[in-house]
Design a protein around this ligand. Structure first.
Ligand SMILES: [Zn+2]
Ligand SMILES: [Zn+2]
Ligand SMILES: [Zn+2]
Length: 317
């Protein structure tokens, strides 16, 4: 780490502790055919889609959030899980309702990384998996316009992370380096590169499912978002990279491109922190949505070549 913890100013982040009073109707269910868990949470049907009152602005007007706080963590009022199964939180990026992630400044995005670090530090000692993400765009299910992300802490490890862990273990068994360390090294000067920085490498994976999918990998091996200080260059570069990539998506789409942004991390030092950007735009105004082969067979079809889409993004970044 470049900075001592003492160098870091305390980020203006608040945490609301009390949670809603919804009855706990959620449950985890094992699918013996696919060999994976899913959740059933009927309470979430009552969510406030299309509500005119913003619940996050209400955190400000009700003074649940102190005036010094610029970003905050609050419980999800419609949690998919309750302890010990899991916990659900919302990460509010800004006091201002009419912003998007792409419109934030580098220091504001760094504060968002502060939210990601704070929620991970609180929940990773309790749960095996902390899923943090952002869903951006009504087309893919964003129901609240106030800029925000979400975190689920889960008592099970979702299949995607488990499979990535298997790939890491397989490499170790074969005496090879972590595959994410290899990707960060090799993709930095490859034709799929999108963003190449001192601390992060972003590229369209050779196996991209979405045309403009980007995997953003830490050059240094670390398992979670708490592996670097918020006041240091690694956080600033990540903020800059994320803004450049999402803004490039908007240029390609000629409008805000709907995307999912997910942090893949595990409290296992063999795992390698990376961010997955899954944008669903494929051309101006046109979407690539998971359809039958993807949903019914889990067999993905990408109508483009990763190296071609990487070149397009690189030209815009
Ligand atoms: Zn709002
Ligand atoms: Zn690694
Ligand atoms: Zn991943």
């Amino acid at each position: 780490m470049e900075n001592e913890p003492g160098d870091i100013p305390v980020p203006p982040i608040a945490v609301i502790r009390e949670s809603g009073t919804e009855p706990d109707t959620a449950r985890l269910v094992w699918d013996p055919l696919r060999g994976e868990y899913l959740a059933q949470a009927p309470g979430r049907m009552q969510r406030r889609e299309g509500a005119t009152e913003c619940a996050f602005c209400a955190d400000l007007t009700s003074e649940r959030i102190p005036t010094w706080a610029q970003a905050w963590i609050r419980p999800n009022d419609f949690p998919a899980f309750r302890p010990p199964t899991g916990e659900c939180y919302l990460l509010i990026y800004s006091r201002q309702h009419d912003r998007t992630f792409a419109e934030l400044s580098v220091p504001e995005v760094t504060l968002v990384i502060g939210l990601w670090q704070r929620i991970y530090a609180e929940l990773a000692p309790i749960y095996p998996c902390v899923m943090t993400w952002e869903t951006s765009g009504a087309a893919i299910g964003q129901t609240q316009t106030h800029p925000h992300g979400q975190t689920y802490a889960l008592s099970v490890i979702p299949d995607t992370l488990a499979r990535e862990m298997v790939a890491i273990e397989r490499a170790a068994t074969n005496g090879e380096v972590c595959p994410f360390c290899v990707a960060a090294r090799d993709e930095a000067d490859g034709e799929r590169r999108v963003f190449v920085g001192a601390h992060w490498v972003g590229f369209v994976p050779a196996f991209a499912r979405y045309p403009y999918q980007v995997q953003l990998v830490a050059r240094q091996h670390m398992s979670a978002i708490t592996g670097f200080p918020l006041g240091g260059p690694m956080a600033t570069e990540l903020s800059d990279a994320l803004l450049r990539i999402v803004r490039a998506y908007n240029v390609v789409f000629q409008a805000p491109m709907p995307y999912m942004l997910a942090i893949h991390q595990l409290a296992d030092e063999r795992f390698h922190l990376h961010l997955e950007l899954l944008p669903v735009g494929r051309a101006p105004g046109k979407l690539k949505l998971a359809a039958s082969s993807e949903m019914a067979w889990d067999f993905w079809l990408n109508d483009s070549l990763p190296e071609a889409k990487a070149a397009e993004l690189r030209a815009l970044i």
